[in-house]
Design a binder for this molecule. Structure first.
Ligand SMILES: Cc1ncc(COP(=O)(O)O)c(C=O)c1O
Length: 423
């Protein structure tokens, strides 16, 4: 989509004044002396999340063990509230575990290798935890990952070509795990095309939505993937280490969970405490142990914001504000060695901008010293995520001014290139 932008500050202010989401920002804890561009790593806290957490504390304080009466189906209720974000059926979604645990759960349920079909197909740009989980899953079946994990390689280290993925869907492939949005370059893979191609070849497919959920709308009723997993601490702003999401397509409800536990047992017989597992035939049947209410409650608060605003408006603002950021980068920063490393097309870029520079690490340090919070990804990427619900166009303007100053005046030279533990 063509958008008209101008470089002056007054124009950023005009965009903010016209922003239909401008009042939502007040519901988040935005620090007045800081510009936060890292909501794709850890989303900011909201008042709605805080209220939901405090309500949960009150329930615990006042009700003790009696709290189970009202909260027995809480993981399913949050699943139901999450379902509109991906247009799934409510019973296909549950809030449980972590992304990594949920990958183990879904793969161990659906990966049934035999002599002909035993490979798992992945890409080489996904977040490493996905790969560690896949390697360990094939090992559990007695295979060597070097033989049983098939890797689609990126040609340029930035993007994955969907045609290359489809070409790699050969007869030995049993199941596929891919990211919807690549965590470094922000590329959005065409889930519909890739999923359809997998199914035409008799291959199951699941998606890691960590960088997509809450940033881009998805239509699971149309895409029809077999499973999906996601964290809730990035765009969904449910708090550090908040409980993750799991989608299981209803056609697999008949399957027995690879990692069974008593919270996956049928509701009506769970407390009979029998030693025979009776599987609950919906997504909540893929829970393992007791749900962690205090780590889930903030999600109830933020999901109420997402459902009130709706993913269409969130995506519209996100596309507009990231397009504005790219425009300012083109206008003001390319002459200082910065370049854009994400796809430019609306349907191909996620919620963050991938800014590359050979001094990216020290530039990130200089940004932080100037009270702007980006994040750095090896080897040369500054990830910048102006979040639809709480960032402003004026903040993007100030960010670009600061990036210009840091490069033009070589301010980054004041900082060490030595890597610290968390970047
Ligand atoms: C694509 C992707 N998958 C998984 C994770 C992390 O997994 P977990 O939520 O289990 O820590 C991340 C974290 O940034 C990620 O970007």
């Amino acid at each position: 989509m063509e958008r008209e932008f101008r470089t002056e500050l007054t124009f950023a202010k005009e965009l903010d004044a016209k922003d239909p989401l401008r009042n939502i920002r007040d519901r988040f804890y935005v620090q007045s002396n800081e510009i936060y561009m890292d909501g794709n790593s850890l989303g900011l806290a909201s008042k709605d999340a805080e209220k939901a957490l405090l309500k949960m504390m009150d329930i615990w304080k006042n009700e003790g063990i009696k709290l189970w009466d009202g909260l027995f189906h809480y993981a399913g209720k949050l699943g139901e509230m999450s379902a509109p974000l991906i247009n799934a059926y409510p019973e296909e979604v549950v809030i449980t575990g972590s992304t990594t645990i949920n990958i183990h759960q879904c793969i161990s349920t659906l990966y049934k290798p035999n002599k002909e079909r035993y490979k798992i197909l992945v890409d080489d740009l996904n977040f490493p935890t996905d790969r560690y989980a896949i390697d360990s899953q094939v090992r559990l079946h007695g295979y060597d990952p070097k033989e049983a994990v098939k890797v689609v390689k990126s040609a340029d280290g930035r993007f994955i070509d969907e045609s290359a993925i489809i070409e790699a869907m050969t007869e030995e492939v049993a199941i596929i795990l891919l990211p919807t949005v690549l965590y470094r370059s922000s590329q959005v893979l065409d889930m519909k095309r890739v999923t359809a191609a997998a199914h035409q070849r008799g291959i199951l497919i699941g998606w890691d939505l960590c960088h997509a959920i809450g940033a881009i709308p998805m239509d699971f009723k149309e895409i029809d993937p077999d499973f999906a997993v996601w964290c809730t601490y990035k765009y969904l702003s449910a708090g550090p280490g908040s409980i993750a999401g799991l989608y299981m397509n209803q056609k697999h409800f008949k399957e027995t969970p690879g990692l069974a536990g008593w919270w996956g047992n049928k509701d009506d017989t769970q407390f009979e405490l029998k030693h025979e597992f009776e599987h609950q035939r919906d997504a909540s049947g893929w829970q393992i142990g007791s749900p962690s209410f205090l780590a889930m409650a903030p999600l109830e608060g933020t999901l109420s914001i997402f459902n009130e605003v709706g993913m269409t408006k969130i995506r519209e603002k996100s596309l507009s504000i990231t397009a504005y950021l790219m425009y300012l980068i083109d206008e003001k920063l390319t002459k200082y060695g910065y370049s854009i490393g994400n796809p430019r097309e609306d349907n191909k870029r996620g919620g963050h901008v991938c800014l590359e520079h050979e001094e990216a690490y020290r530039i990130c340090k200089a940004l932080k010293a100037a009270k702007i919070i980006p994040d750095f990804r090896e080897p040369n990427v500054i990830r910048l995520a102006p979040i639809a619900l709480y960032n402003t166009y004026e903040e993007v303007y100030t960010l670009v001014e600061t990036l210009e100053d840091i490069a033009m005046n070589k301010i980054y030279e004041q900082f060490s290139n030595e890597r610290t533990l968390v970047v």
